[in-house]
Design a protein around this ligand. Structure first.
Ligand code: GRG
Length: 305
């Protein structure tokens, strides 16, 4: 591709990303309870945790998967909001002193710092419930059984066989060395499961995909989900707090086993790039409709924040 063509593709992707991010900000602001509605402090904290921040990678993946199946944007924004609410929930709890004890998130004080610990606990609880409320009260699939499958996919991805389970392994592993299969087991659950659910939910908002296409899309999602956490490990070791909007260098400080501690930053980045190639290869059959998913795999692996 010529240099000018590359620039045009990049700016088209940036514009698409900005438009989905803006759409998501509006959708989440509408779906969250108003800040002045009683109990106002809890509602204010839920909005603080969710709005005006974050890359919105999971919603972007849901919208990109929706492009494969001509999914209506009104459905996608609701499904993507449910995923983002679970993600925001996980960040609030992850930052609490009983977990990773983070002080800074998305460039601002974490919820338990800005509010207090009991409020942070309740924010997570309430965001989780809201996620399943929005997923069940809007029509997202033509077939009600397909919509029930969406609810189940998000429940499984966030539960003990998904994110909560991965976090349990993460907490148990502090100060230990994990081998590569053990690291993969943890990362695929802690971070990958919700990313996979974002892709599944986006694809479920449109025309049904044949089983083989669904399997290829799921393989893509599994690869980018793992790659996302591998790159997060690299950025924690190599980027600055100002760039990340959260405290850098915490993994080494807290003796967390990561891909960087297991293989070094350069090999970890190379592993993420191999996962990206694997993800891209599994999109071959989708042709031009897979363009956004391809671009997102690039963004996830090459990002600097
Ligand atoms: C929500 C049911 C439920 C359980 C929560 C606390 C916990 C159990 C899990 C922690 C999961 C966690 C925080 C994993 C790390 C994932 C990760 C790399 C987050 C950063 O995601 P980005 O970079 O953040 O997409 P932004 O701020 O851009 O949205």
């Amino acid at each position: 591709m010529a240099r000018t063509e590359v620039k045009a593709v990049e700016s088209d992707f940036m514009a698409w990303m900005g438009s989905v991010q803006a759409r998501m900000e509006n959708a989440l602001a509408r779906l969250l309870p108003a800040a002045n509605l009683a109990p106002a402090r809890l509602h204010e904290a839920m909005r603080y945790a969710t709005l005006e921040g974050g890359k919105r990678v999971r919603p972007l993946l849901a919208f990109a998967a929706g492009e494969l199946v001509e999914a209506p944007a009104q459905r996608l924004e609701v499904a993507a909001s449910a995923v983002e609410l679970i993600h925001a929930y996980s960040l609030v709890h992850d930052d609490m002193p009983c977990m990773d004890d983070g002080l800074l998130r998305r460039g601002k004080p974490t919820v338990h710092v800005e509010f207090d610990e009991p409020t942070a606990l309740l924010v997570g609880d309430a965001l989780g419930s809201l996620a399943f409320q929005v997923l069940s009260e809007h029509r997202l699939a033509d077939d009600p059984a397909a919509q029930l499958d969406m609810v189940k996919a998000l429940a499984v991805a966030s539960g003990s066989r998904g994110m909560a389970g991965g976090q349990a392994v993460d907490l148990e592993s502090t100060g230990k060395t994990l081998d590569l299969p053990e690291l993969e087991f943890m990362h695929i659950r802690k971070t990958g499961a919700i990313i996979r659910a974002a892709v599944v939910l986006g694809a479920a908002c449109g025309k049904p995909l044949p089983e083989t296409a669904r399997a290829r899309l799921d393989h893509y999602a599994k690869c980018v989900g793992l790659a996302f956490q591998v790159v997060d490990d690299v950025l924690d070791a190599e980027a600055s707090t100002a760039t990340l909007g959260k405290t850098a260098g915490k993994d080494a400080k807290h003796h967390k086993p990561t891909y960087v501690s297991a293989m070094g930053a350069a090999r970890a980045q190379a592993f993420a790039e191999a996962l990206r190639a694997d993800a891209q290869a599994s999109l071959a059959e989708f042709g031009a409709r897979g363009a956004r998913l391809r671009q997102l795999a690039d963004f996830i692996v090459l990002r600097k924040f």
